[in-house]
Design a protein around this ligand. Structure first.
Ligand code: AMP
Length: 189
């Protein structure tokens, strides 16, 4: 099974992706986690992207597409994968389509998690207080991340709607209820 979890920062994509990884043996592919690992290891790529992540802007499509292209063919993705944080632009979505076609793979669902803005801010603030390791988890940067989401990422919603692949879940519910809603979608499909 191959899925995309879509939604603004704080929508709960990572939480649900981790659960799906445990439940279905799918690999969670979080591009944000991959980039943070590059920064932690002080790699050339990490040095290149550090200030971009800190500002809440997007890393270039070329870098992101290459990162995912290498990843989806690895053995740990054989059972399938959950894309968490990718694609984030229409160009990335188009490249993903090409990649999947080249490998004769299909997508089972694109799940959009909808959460209102007030709740997103409060979740990110809570994450900053509890975790404190993410340079971009603060109110100022969150404003930019939301802006970037609206302008650059939200256009992929009609892209998948046109392909009749988009499913929507109410991400305002409890973690368990969101999980049940996702399970329902995956069983229906
Ligand atoms: P996330 O952990 O998904 O919130 O991602 C953290 C940051 O990593 C984002 O604010 C971007 O700077 C960068 N990033 C993650 N995924 C992508 C992507 N698909 N395209 C561009 N930038 C990304």
């Amino acid at each position: 099974m191959r899925l995309i979890l879509l939604g603004p920062p704080g929508a709960g994509k990572g939480t649900q992706a981790k659960r799906l990884e445990d439940l279905y043996g799918l690999k969670q592919l979080s591009t944000g986690d991959m980039l943070r690992a590059e920064i932690s290891s002080n790699s050339d790529l990490g040095k290149k992207v550090e200030s971009i992540l800190a500002a809440g802007d997007l890393v270039s499509d070329d870098i992101m597409v290459e990162m995912i292209a290498h990843r989806i063919t690895k053995p740990d993705c054989e059972k399938g994968f959950i894309l968490d944080g990718f694609p984030r632009t229409v160009a990335q979505a188009e490249s993903l389509d090409d990649m999947l076609e080249n490998h004769k793979l299909n997508l089972n669902a694109v799940i959009e998690m909808q959460v209102n803005e007030e709740e997103l801010y409060s979740r990110v603030q809570k994450r900053a207080e509890e975790d404190g390791t993410r340079a971009d988890d603060n109110v100022e940067i969150m404003k930019n991340r939301m802006d970037v989401y609206r302008k650059q990422t939200a256009p992929i919603i009609p892209y998948y709607l046109d392909k009749t692949m988009l499913k929507v879940v109410d991400g305002m519910q409890s973690i368990d209820d969101v999980a049940s809603a996702i399970d329902m979608i995956l069983k229906i499909d």
